[in-house]
Design a protein. Structure first.
Length: 72
């Protein structure tokens, strides 16, 4: 069986529920970059600010949300 995420009709919208994503064994807080993030990383690599290896292995990291507290 061949699975091609590039042709998935719900790509970047339903990846969190996809069994393929679960099977890739990303760390719990790591996620694939969305299209805007991927474009930014590609731009950094094109400018020589990061290596091609860093660009390929880049992932997004979900951080726990901490609500802001009012000081006034």
């Amino acid at each position: 069986m061949r699975i091609d995420c590039d042709t998935c009709p719900v790509r970047d919208r339903q990846c969190a529920e996809c069994m393929v994503t679960a099977l890739l064994q990303l760390a719990p807080l790591e996620q694939r970059l969305d299209s805007d993030e991927r474009r930014a990383v590609d731009t950094l690599a094109s400018a020589g600010l990061i290596s091609a290896q860093e660009a390929v292995s880049a992932t997004a990291r979900l951080e726990p949300w901490k609500p802001l507290r009012s000081t006034g």
